[in-house]
Ligand binder design. Structure first.
Ligand code: KG4
Ligand code: ZN
Length: 356
């Protein structure tokens, strides 16, 4: 059995987890998240300096709690991991310095994890984890991507958003509708009793310079503008916006687009499993629609467990366990952190010089 301590501090959630690999899969022995969402909400977005300070305050307690809950000590672990890119540099630094300090003190290997590598690994925490090859729809606040994961774990990006990420669209439209941050859960709640067919909204196709459209790419900026126009027109008619119908129509078109392009990509690349990860993968309408249309198309749909869709440290632990299983060398203790870092360069998060 292999057990790791993992930390995640790339944005506004401080998180720690202990994850173990045992026969047949991975098991989360303990995981904790201290969210700063409410504190940032009053500023209308994440304030990097506040995020770093709150991580400094929260992280030592979270680590203490997960070690206690898992009845273990750092000495008994096989590695200490943390997210080092991409994200807010000051925030990443807090988790990374803590992980490297614990690793050095206890002479454990340190593993530097890419945040998206974590999201991708989150599906391995499901009851019956899927085996590659499969197509991953990664939908979060910062990314909307279709990634093919091959038999030996190699990744190839087949689709992406050309402007906003799906989660970003949820957050911006929620603000437009006067709903709270983060927008995804707020829109989901408002949409529950709504009529999803009331407003016709655009599906945002991306034109190829040589003609036609990119079949697996996304664009959400036109949808955002269409929502704005719709809201403006409705406000001329009445003070009271039909919030439920607006939220449901928006949620439906986003789900439709994600499902149609993902399943088309599966079909055209002969992939029979579709994996959904990231914060937006927590969306009930999207999960339901993907499962229904997937079943009709003969594609098995596997989602990350709900608790591990939005940012958490268990997914970072899962990515660390995958690295250990592949025999990847530990990362250098002198490794830095980086605000931007491409996922296909994740294997470079190992050595000197630091990836600033
Ligand atoms: O993966 P995540 O926690 O952080 C990033 O790496 O970005 O994703 C956060 C995003 C936010 O935009 C949030 O509005 C969205 O995920 N989200 C949802 C839901 N829960 C979170 N979007 C739609 N429906 C949800 N239930
Ligand atoms: Zn994330």
């Amino acid at each position: 059995m292999t057990t790791v301590l993992a930390l995640e501090t790339s944005c506004d959630e401080s998180a720690a987890a202990i994850v173990r690999r045992r026969e047949g899969g991975m098991e989360v022995l303990a995981h904790r998240i201290a969210s700063q969402v409410e504190e940032h909400a009053q500023w209308g977005g994440v304030v990097p300096e506040i995020a770093s300070r709150r991580h400094v305050e929260a992280l030592p307690h979270l680590v203490e709690q997960v070690l206690k809950e898992a009845r273990t000590g750092v000495d008994q672990l096989d590695a200490v991991a943390s997210t080092v890119a991409p994200g807010l540099v000051g925030a990443l630094m807090v988790g990374s310095v803590m992980a490297r300090t614990l690793a050095a003190l206890h002479q454990r290997p340190f593993l530097a994890i890419h945040h998206l590598e974590g999201h991708l690994a989150s599906v391995q925490l499901a009851q019956d984890p899927p085996e590659p090859p499969y197509l991953v729809l990664l939908v979060s606040g910062g990314h909307t991507e279709l990634i093919r994961v091959g038999e030996s774990g190699e990744m190839q990006r087949l689709g992406r958003s050309h402007d906003d990420a799906a989660g970003e669209a949820f957050d911006k439209v929620a603000r437009l509708l006067g709903l709270s941050y983060p927008g995804g859960p707020a829109i989901q709640a408002a949409a529950a009793q709504g009529d999803a067919s009331r407003f016709a909204l655009p599906k945002g196709r991306v034109k190829r310079p040589e003609g036609g459209f990119y079949p697996y790419d996304f664009s959400f900026s036109g949808l955002k503008t269409a929502m704005l126009r719709q809201v403006e027109a409705l406000k001329l008619q009445s003070e009271q916006l039909p919030l439920a119908d607006l939220a449901a129509s928006f949620e439906q078109v986003v789900a439709d687009v994600l499902v149609e392009r993902s399943l088309r990509c599966c079909r055209e690349h002969q992939l029979s499993t579709l994996v959904m990860v990231g914060g937006v993968a927590a969306n009930r309408r999207l999960r339901g629609l993907m499962e229904q249309r997937g079943a009709e198309a003969g594609v098995a749909v596997r989602c990350a467990p709900l608790a591990y869709c939005t940012d958490n440290a268990a997914m970072v632990g899962a990515a660390a366990l995958q690295r250990l299983a592949r025999g990847v060398q530990p990362s250098a203790l002198s490794l830095g952190v980086s605000a931007r870092w491409p996922l296909d360069q994740a294997s470079a998060l190992q050595s000197n010089p630091p990836p600033f």
